[in-house]
Design a protein around this ligand. Structure first.
Ligand SMILES: Nc1ncnc2c1ncn2[C@@H]1O[C@H](COP(=O)(O)OP(=O)(O)O)[C@@H](O)[C@H]1O
Ligand SMILES: Cc1ncc(COP(=O)(O)OP(=O)(O)O)c(N)n1
Length: 270
């Protein structure tokens, strides 16, 4: 039997279960990796918006991380909502010291309805501390625009932005998610091999896309934990997320969650 792989998410919470730590753990489980979590911020949010945020003390985040790592060593680590400079500095030190563990940086800045999860002045710190350490960074359009300070309207803009994220910020690979652009749901993958790959999926006509970015980056994390090559991992994550959106659950009063078990249903009907 293949030994179980372990994936760790370091992120904030969503008590409605569609985004953040909760979406990450559901995704890890569906993709058959053992999921672990370190909480950074507890967020009172739902599908309609963010009500309040409680940040955990830095020492306590460090203690959680230490508790995981000394016991069950992760085969891949992702970060999601990292809201404060002190958290970023701590994680940069810790992640920088872990050798050969793929690190997936989802540069979460806001929730789907536009409520901020990260203050504007902290964003440049994220770019300078965590992004350069990333095996892969997974911004949506707004996050990519913020990271390299350019407007992105077209596929050509996405490619330019991807080149700049790799060559100016120092991540090894990037996938820019085009979920918020018009037309197909097209993402751009680029990295140190300097080759572009365009990932297309039909756009599902739904407002229930809460947590799609978390789900996508957690799926990449799961596959990298298993030792799958990076572009294969991104392709699998794209399929997993597309299925979760296509079969979303129609719950919640706002931007509802996706269906984390939809990929399993698709796979068993093939
Ligand atoms: N309506 C949709 N139909 C199909 N795929 C989508 C849709 N919206 C987003 N996606 C895909 O979901 C993934 C997450 O993208 P996105 O929603 O842009 O991230 P975020 O949640 O960080 O804003 C990407 O692969 C994107 O192309
Ligand atoms: C705690 C927490 N982390 C991240 C998000 C944003 O998640 P994302 O997957 O980008 O999805 P949307 O919320 O933008 O749909 C969150 N809401 N909460």
């Amino acid at each position: 039997m293949t030994p179980i792989k372990h994936a760790l998410t370091i992120a904030g919470t969503d008590p409605t279960g569609g985004a953040g730590i909760q979406a990450d753990l559901k995704t890890f489980q569906e993709l058959h990796v053992y999921g672990m979590s370190v909480l950074t911020s507890i967020v009172a949010q739902n599908t309609m918006g963010v009500k309040d945020i409680h940040h955990l003390p830095i020492d306590f985040i460090e203690l959680q991380l230490q508790s995981v790592i000394e016991d069950i060593y992760p085969h891949a680590i992702k970060t999601g909502m990292i809201a404060q400079k002190e958290m970023m500095a701590l994680l940069a030190t810790k992640l920088g010291s872990l050798q050969n563990v793929p690190y997936i940086c989802d540069p979460v800045m806001m929730a789907k309805n536009g409520d901020p999860l990260l203050e504007k002045d902290v964003r440049s710190f994220l770019r300078d501390t965590l992004v350069p350490l990333a095996t892969i960074v997974t911004p949506n359009i707004a996050e990519a625009e913020d990271l390299i300070d350019m407007k992105i309207d077209t596929l050509e803009d996405m490619k330019k932005a991807a080149e700049r994220i790799i060559h100016e910020l120092g991540a090894k690979y990037v996938v820019i998610k085009g979920g918020s652009l018009n037309g197909e749901a097209t993402d751009v993958f680029y990295g140190k091999s300097r080759e572009f790959h365009i990932l297309d999926a039909p756009r599902t006509d739904t407002k229930h896309t809460h947590g799609t970015g978390c789900t996508f980056s957690a799926a990449i994390t799961s596959e990298l934990a298993k030792g799958i090559p990076i572009f294969e991992a991104v392709k699998k994550a794209k399929q997993f997320t597309a299925a979760a959106i296509a079969h979303s659950l129609n719950i919640g009063h706002g931007y509802g969650p996706t269906n984390h078990w939809a990929y399993r249903l698709n796979a068993s009907s093939n």
